[in-house]
Design a protein around this ligand. Structure first.
Ligand SMILES: C[S@@+](CC[C@H](N)C(=O)[O-])C[C@H]1O[C@@H](n2cnc3c(N)ncnc32)[C@H](O)[C@@H]1O
Length: 224
């Protein structure tokens, strides 16, 4: 079982973690999708952002892609009747969409795990319409797990069973593995300068940054 298949089993305990919820809302604020507009969620996981997008906009076209069958299975259960298309795709490969297909492309905490983030960003640029917007969330390059943990806030009222505590514990452990992989250059936690350089090279026009939650993730906003 790969890390994402295991993570899928406990992933939604992350919804009890307040910085994650704050981050989702900050991302939603950057996605003013019009009715009839289209959004691709690249690395949609269990579908948390897709669900929030649908709550905000009944008529937008929302497509979620991920390569993990277990993640997609959870997303499918969560998004039943939400009119959201979920597709299995590997972001290390060219995407199965024509160029200029989407108004928005959002990718949360997924880019770091890809073989070559620059290649994936180039593909994101290709499938966006001219004037379309890219919103990427990635852990900051100088993440400090100790202070990060100290500042972790959970929705304690909803931690009401041993099962939930175990789910959170496993999720924290998986995040430590992700952090260690970044230290051994297997995963890519990028700085503002890294993003500026690669997005400029690919041909994005404006590039802007916000920091959430608790300054441990960077939100990158770029326009094609
Ligand atoms: C940390 S989760 C983030 C999920 C979701 N974006 C969220 O914020 O809740 C990372 C997701 O990236 C997906 N992923 C990792 N590598 C991938 C790849 N090569 N192609 C497609 N999805 C990938 C995993 O399956 C997982 O669902």
């Amino acid at each position: 079982m790969g890390i994402w298949e295991l993570y899928a089993e406990v992933y939604d305990s992350i919804n009890l973690w307040l910085p994650y919820r704050k981050m989702l809302e900050a991302v939603i604020d950057e996605l003013p999708v019009s009715s009839g507009g289209s959004v691709l969620d690249a690395g949609c996981g269990t579908g948390n952002l897709c669900r929030r997008l649908r709550e905000k906009n009944r008529w937008a076209e929302i497509v979620g892609i991920d390569f993990s069958p277990a993640m997609l299975e959870k997303a499918g259960q969560k998004l039943k009747n939400a009119n959201i298309r979920l597709l299995r795709m590997d972001l290390n490969q060219p995407l199965g969409f024509p160029g200029g297909r989407f108004d928005y492309l959002v990718s949360i905490n997924t880019l770091y795990a890809l073989d070559d983030p620059a290649r994936a960003l180039k593909e994101f640029h290709r499938v966006l319409k001219r004037g379309g917007r890219l919103v990427v969330v990635n852990p900051v390059s100088d993440i400090r797990p100790v202070s990060f943990n100290r500042r972790m806030g959970f929705d304690k009222d909803r931690i009401d069973s041993l099962g939930t505590v175990l789910d959170i514990s496993l999720a924290v452990l998986i995040n430590m593995v992700i952090y260690l992989r970044s230290r051994f250059n297997r995963y890519h936690f990028l700085s503002e300068a890294d993003f500026r350089e690669v997005l400029g090279r690919i041909g994005f026009n404006t590039v802007d940054f916000r920091y959430v939650p608790e300054d441990q993730s960077i939100i990158v906003i770029a326009t094609k």
